[in-house]
Design a protein around this ligand. Structure first.
Ligand code: C2E
Ligand code: MG
Ligand code: MG
Length: 326
């Protein structure tokens, strides 16, 4: 504790300790001490930690996955699947959400839940995210070019906190749109509440908005956004977290939350998407409650490009036949 310019300042430190055996180099000791210091920070700061076997294993595992993710990127093992989002009020397809998968040579298709967090920690999410963004925009462009969809159609891309806090993302988004020759409003960026509340996010949000890109709050209701803040944010869409939709037919609290979020969206002039719609019972209740947009396994599962193309054309043919018979 010391005083400076009339202020009392408290300083503390986090210490990492590495013990060197025979053959340890200065570089490896510093690296191990660094890992131990980060664990000290994770465990509440102002303390010390020793680099032990447990930390050695964890560091090793991380290093392996990080290397594997880099290799996967080089070998083109990431792919994008697309899941439809439909407009329940107009019975039309609003767009698709792009969801990344890792086609692992031995493990098969690895879901994002198994690698996105690690990719974010190690920073490689930037490169993976740029791939997904480019791929998704390019695909929409291709579907427009061959007449599968029109310019009202949009694609939603998930961005992690780390990507969203970096102002560079605005240039990446701008060139993805330009390269694919699509309209900015055809791209929707999905971020979670936590991401939006983080420092630096407001600037990026504003600049994306100026570009004309839409922004959705993903998994809404599970984070802690303050309602006053929400009012000031320039977002376009709320996505009601699957957990509330899952319980809404049997649990009164879940149903009340869904109703509240629908009303909140309505009064703030935001679109609302119900996620995880996997039964006709849920779909019927959502329609009854006036939910504008929905996404879920009942409507369609995430699909590879070929299946998504077939699905989109089938829906278009179906809509045309309904129009011609009425
Ligand atoms: P999310 O953005 O909330 O995406 C919706 C997830 O719910 C997807 O899981 C989708 O397959 C799943 N889902 C859709 N409908 C249903 C349903 O009716 N029932 C159930 N049980 N699940 C349904 P997925 O593809 O495994 O993705 C999980 C999460 O990984 C995503 O959640 C998103 O947070 C993250 N993610 C996916 N792709 C990317 C990406 O390109 N970048 C980043 N940063 N994160 C991504
Ligand atoms: Mg999402
Ligand atoms: Mg979600």
């Amino acid at each position: 504790l010391f005083r400076s310019a009339g202020q009392t300042i408290r300083l503390s430190g986090s210490i990492g300790v590495a013990i060197g055996g025979p053959g340890a180099s200065a570089g490896s000791l510093l690296r191990d001490a660094d890992a131990a210091m980060y664990r000290a920070k994770e465990r509440g700061k102002a303390r010390w930690e020793i680099f032990d076997d447990e930390l050695r294993d964890a560091t090793q595992r991380r290093l392996e996955i990080e290397t594997a993710l880099h290799t996967a990127l080089e070998r083109g093992e990431f792919l994008v699947e697309y899941q439809p989002i439909v407009d329940l009020t107009a019975d039309r397809i609003e767009g698709l959400e792009a969801l990344v998968r890792w086609r692992h040579p031995e493990r098969g298709v690895v879901p994002p839940s198994d690698f996105v967090d690690l990719a974010e920690e190690t920073g490689i999410i930037g490169a993976i995210g740029e791939f997904v963004l480019g791929e998704a925009c390019r695909q929409i462009g291709a579907w427009m070019a061959d007449g599968t969809v029109d310019s009202r159609f949009s694609v939603s891309v998930n961005l992690s906190a780390r990507q969203f806090e970096d102002e560079h993302i605005v240039d990446i988004v701008r060139s993805a749109i330009a390269d694919a020759a699509i309209e900015p409003h055809q791209l929707c960026i999905e971020v979670t509440e936590g991401t939006l509340m983080a420092n630096g996010s407001a600037v990026v949000l504003e600049r994306l908005h100026d570009l004309g890109v839409r922004v959705a709050i993903d998994d809404f209701g599970t984070g802690y956004s303050s309602m006053t803040y929400l009012h000031r944010l320039t977002v376009d869409t709320l996505k009601i977290d699957q957990a509330f939709v899952a319980g809404m037919c049997d649990d009164r609290l879940d149903r009340t939350i869904v109703e509240l979020l629908l009303r909140l969206g309505d009064s703030l002039g935001l679109q609302v998407v119900a996620e995880g719609v996997d039964s006709s019972k849920k779909l019927a209740l959502l329609k009854e409650l006036g939910c504008p947009w929905a996404q879920g396994f009942l409507i369609a599962k995430p699909m590879r490009v070929n299946d998504a193309t077939r699905w989109l054309r089938q829906q278009a043919a179906l809509a045309a036949s309904i129009v011609s018979t009425t």
